[in-house]
Design a protein around this ligand. Structure first.
Ligand SMILES: Cc1cc2nc3c(=O)[nH]c(=O)nc-3n(C[C@H](O)[C@H](O)[C@H](O)COP(=O)(O)OP(=O)(O)OC[C@H]3O[C@@H](n4cnc5c(N)ncnc54)[C@H](O)[C@@H]3O)c2cc1C
Length: 249
């Protein structure tokens, strides 16, 4: 529970900072392909940041309450207030369900698919650069294979949006979660690549860098297998969500 909360808070913070950096570049660069690339990245990342971080934030506060047991539930301590306060983030500024339709719909189409392409280049480029990393190569390989599954699934969903829009809409939210998992794994590995050199040196001060490596290997090894399984469900044939009659509820 503690490691999950640490990894999750750290990677969400890194996602937000990365997106803020892209936003600055998209505003500050002179007109040209680089400026468009960062605009594509920030456009793609916005619904993921909003929905994935707000829903995961609720889970972090809930886990923190669970760690503290009955004390966590009581008003004497701030966790119960954090848990209630964080929930609104999933509702306002576009509910997270609507954000997922924006990601898997509009953001797949604008600028001729340029948003997904820019994000894909970012992840694929990272995997190519670090595929032989002495400490993290297994995790980088998992990131690359999960990304490959997600890119092809996203393209099929893009086609499904036109041919079967209700069925498409029933899977946009889990698809957003898969993009969130992928982004989280990428941010953790990016930090771990920098930290891994420093983590191998002796001394207590290196615990900070060791923590970055441990959280990355643990998160990738225990999360991405679930993400791959989740991706496999997006295009299943079952149509229960669309077909269940209103009177069945
Ligand atoms: C504390 C608070 C502060 C707020 N502050 C502001 C503010 O300052 N300015 C402002 O403009 N608004 C504000 N709002 C309103 C907020 O933006 C809306 O509550 C939010 O957009 C959700 O709309 P809704 O409540 O009508 O929910 P609904 O739109 O009824 O959504 C209910 C559920 O249905 C889903 N849903 C809705 N449409 C679809 C669809 N087409 N397909 C599939 N699923 C769908 C949603 O994802 C959601 O899960 C505030 C709300 C709260 C609670």
């Amino acid at each position: 529970m503690l490691l999950w909360m640490k990894a999750t808070a750290d990677e969400m913070r890194s996602m937000v900072y990365t997106a803020a950096f892209w936003e600055d570049l998209s505003k500050g660069l002179p007109p040209g392909p680089e400026k468009i690339r960062y605009q594509n990245l920030i456009d793609f990342m916005t619904p993921i940041l909003k929905a994935y971080c707000s829903d995961t934030g609720v889970r972090v506060c809930e886990t923190a309450m669970q760690c503290l047991g009955g004390y966590g539930y009581c008003r004497d301590y701030p966790i119960e207030r954090y848990l209630r306060d964080v929930k609104i983030m999933s509702l306002y500024e576009g509910t997270n369900g609507i954000q997922s339709m924006d990601l898997m719909g509009r953001k797949m189409l604008i600028r001729d698919g340029g948003c997904l392409k820019a994000f894909q280049e970012e992840i694929d480029g990272f995997c190519a650069t670090h595929r032989n990393h002495p400490v993290l190569k297994n995790q980088v390989a998992q990131l690359a294979s999960t990304a490959g599954e997600l890119w092809s699934c996203a393209m099929e969903m893009r086609a499904q949006m036109k041919t079967d829009p209700l069925q498409w809409a029933s899977t946009t939210y889990p698809a957003l979660l898969a993009f969130g998992d992928l982004t989280m794994a990428w941010r953790l590995l990016d930090m771990a690549v920098i930290a891994s050199d420093r983590a191998t040196k002796n001394g207590r001060k290196n615990d900070f860098f060791k923590g970055k490596v441990y959280q990355a290997t643990w998160f990738v090894d225990t999360t991405l297998p679930h993400t791959i399984a989740r991706i496999g469900t997006f295009l299943r044939q079952g149509r229960e969500i669309v077909d269940i009659p209103d009177n069945a509820f």
